[in-house]
Design a protein around this ligand. Structure first.
Ligand code: ITT
Length: 195
């Protein structure tokens, strides 16, 4: 049976499809079902992921997976966090969000630019599922002062992966999935789905 992927973010969809294809989980992006976008009114990644998964399950009648994720910057007390997709305003592009973050950190020295990506994945068997599977992943790094690299999406060009001395937009897709917040959360979800 198919599972609906409750995301309109093409970058996320690519990464999740790539990892789940390996374990033969059949995923269909919600775009294929004409599902209206859920309002992300929660105050946590978990709440927002549940809202999105429930919306997709309700409109499709199928099980659903949602991803709520974002970037926490220590020098900004954890911002943009759950607001990462709309940091530069409603409907802002990835480029505008990234430019705003660079501007906000203009005077922050390298040693104080620590940050992390967070990802929460929620799996609902159906819209009313009272026991969602919830999996999380965290990826530690820091914010560069200039964008580097062209792969990935979102804040990848300014996220430095310290162990590799590369931005996450300089990693090939398999390397990013092996290390990333989303890759970690997905491997945990796979384990739970097959348990
Ligand atoms: P959906 O809700 O439709 O899935 P969205 O882009 O609105 O798409 P979020 O509300 O979860 O999703 O926002 C997450 C934002 O965090 C996203 O827009 C990116 O800018 C950023 N982000 C998350 N994971 C990332 C990654 O792996 N690389 C770069 N940026 C990432």
């Amino acid at each position: 049976e198919a599972i609906v992927l409750a995301s309109n973010n093409a970058g996320k969809v690519r990464e999740i499809e790539r990892l789940l294809a390996e374990c033969h989980v059949h995923i269909r992006p919600q775009g294929e079902y004409g599902i209206p976008e859920a309002e992300e009114t929660g105050l946590t990644f978990v709440e927002n992921a549940i809202l999105k998964a429930r919306n997709a399950a309700r409109h499709s009648g199928l099980p659903a997976i949602a991803d709520d994720s974002g970037l926490e910057v220590d020098a900004l007390c954890g911002a943009p966090g759950i607001y990462s997709a709309r940091y530069a305003g409603p409907g802002a592009t990835d480029e505008a969000n990234l430019r705003k973050l660079l501007a906000d950190l203009k005077d922050v020295p390298e040693a104080e630019r620590t940050a992390r990506f967070q990802c929460v994945l929620v799996y609902l068997r159906h819209a009313e599922d009272p026991t969602p599977l919830i999996c999380q992943g965290t990826w530690e790094g820091s914010i560069l002062s200039e964008p580097r690299g062209t792969s990935g999406f979102g804040y990848d060009p300014i996220f430095l992966v310290p162990s590799l001395d590369r931005s996450s937009a300089e990693l090939d897709p398999d390397t990013k999935n092996r290390l990333s917040h989303r890759g970690q959360a997905l491997r945990r979800l796979q384990e739970q789905l097959s348990a």
